[in-house]
Design a protein around this ligand. Structure first.
Ligand SMILES: [Zn+2]
Ligand SMILES: [Zn+2]
Length: 386
């Protein structure tokens, strides 16, 4: 079958000592400290074999994520920018939808023909974090499209427990098959936001003033999620004009260029001088966003950091203490009922991801699609595999 395979050289930085687990599994916990000189090939590979607890999915749609781009982009020394879990060579692609075409002999609750999306984090279920209900911190974590073969391929093998049916999208959201698979491939970024907002920050108080910094896919998903949770106002800061327009299309009340003036002043102006009850960092630009959030958080407000940034930054606790504010940091989307709840929000029409889709490419145009998404003017780029 055809697939997009990313490979890189295992060459830990001088100051990074891989753990025994990393050396044994060749899984890097901090990819940006280990993998060098990445290169992608769109090539013929062997189809995966099925285990008893697995299903085989014929991929229909797969999306590009900021993380995918961070595999290709390197620093001056040639190291990849993605700071998380990675093992190469790997077929990329973790935001996908397709049909089940084969099931392992132990699989009973899902069957051939079911349209599904996948939960990309594969947790072990038996380590300490898994056993105390913290699946995002599994010590033996694998991730489809990061350390296991993913969905930029005609077929992907996935543990059955990582599949979620998107059949209910047909009731309201998706009146045709094209929309069904497109929406299915859009679920993953919303689960990242749901995990951070609900499990990390403890949810949103209806009537809250909210701000989102950055309107890439995670920022755009944040806008829709805050709206569906009852935010009184959603304000967005984003440098790209097309992305500001997308933020408005996803339900933001205002979308401003952070370079047009002090961000904290704009937030205070828009909130009667009170500051925002919840601010989401989805830009991965901490050096700019953290000081602005510190100066414009409301009393008992929350700063929620979802964006990833390899930079070391300082924080100034004083304004946060005086406001009794919280700084919450979140990652992941595993378990905890996150997927079924996001699927229900979409199936019911409370969240419609479609305005975020700004690019559609054929499977054989995949390398062009990567180049296009590097310009970062897009919402979500989807590739049609079948
Ligand atoms: Zn993603
Ligand atoms: Zn585990």
């Amino acid at each position: 079958m055809k697939a997009l395979v990313l490979d890189a050289t295992w060459d830990p930085r001088a100051e990074y000592t891989p753990s025994p687990m990393e050396l044994e599994t060749r899984k890097a916990l901090i990819g940006s400290s280990v993998w060098r000189h990445p290169h992608a090939d769109f090539k013929e590979v062997r189809s995966p074999a099925l285990g008893p607890d697995d299903v085989m999915i014929r991929v229909r749609r797969v999306g590009f994520c900021g993380s995918d781009l961070h595999f290709f982009e390197t620093d001056a020394a040639g190291y990849i920018r993605y700071p998380g879990l990675t093992r190469f060579p790997t077929i990329l692609g973790h935001e996908l939808a397709g049909d089940i075409v084969e099931v392992g002999r132990s699989v009973t609750d899902i069957g051939v023909g079911d349209p599904v999306t996948i939960e990309d984090m594969v947790r072990c279920g038996t380590c300490y974090p898994c056993r105390i209900g913290q699946p995002n911190h599994c010590e033996n974590l694998d991730e489809i499209g990061f350390s296991l073969d993913g969905g930029f391929a005609e077929y992907v093998r996935v543990p059955a427990r990582n599949c979620w049916s998107i059949r209910n999208f047909r009731k309201r959201l998706a009146t045709d098959e094209q929309t069904l698979y497109e929406c299915g491939a859009m679920v993953e970024p919303f689960t990242v936001v749901y995990n951070a907002l609900v499990h990390g920050a403890g949810g949103l108080r209806p009537g809250a003033y909210t701000v989102v910094h950055g309107a890439g896919p995670i920022g755009l998903a944040s806008v829709a999620m805050l709206r569906s949770c009852g935010a009184a106002r959603v304000m967005v800061f984003e440098v790209s004009k097309p992305r500001r327009e997308l933020a408005l299309a996803m339900g933001a009340d205002a979308a401003l260029d952070p370079r047009d003036g002090p961000v904290h002043e704009a937030v205070l102006d828009a909130t009667e001088g009170l500051g925002a009850d919840l601010q989401i960092e989805a830009a991965g630009a901490f050096v700019h966003t953290l000081p602005a959030m510190e100066q414009s958080v409301a009393i008992a407000g929350t700063i929620l950091v979802i964006g990833r940034d390899a930079a070391h930054v300082s924080i100034y606790p004083e304004p946060l203490q005086v406001k009794r504010a919280r700084l919450v940091l979140a990652k992941g989307n595993a378990g905890l009922g996150t997927y079924p709840h996001v699927l229900r929000l979409m199936a019911s029409g409370r969240i419609d991801p479609r305005p975020m889709i700004t690019g559609r490419y054929r499977f054989d145009q995949i390398l062009t699609a990567i180049e296009t998404s590097r310009a970062r003017g897009h919402g979500k780029i989807l590739v049609t595999v079948a």
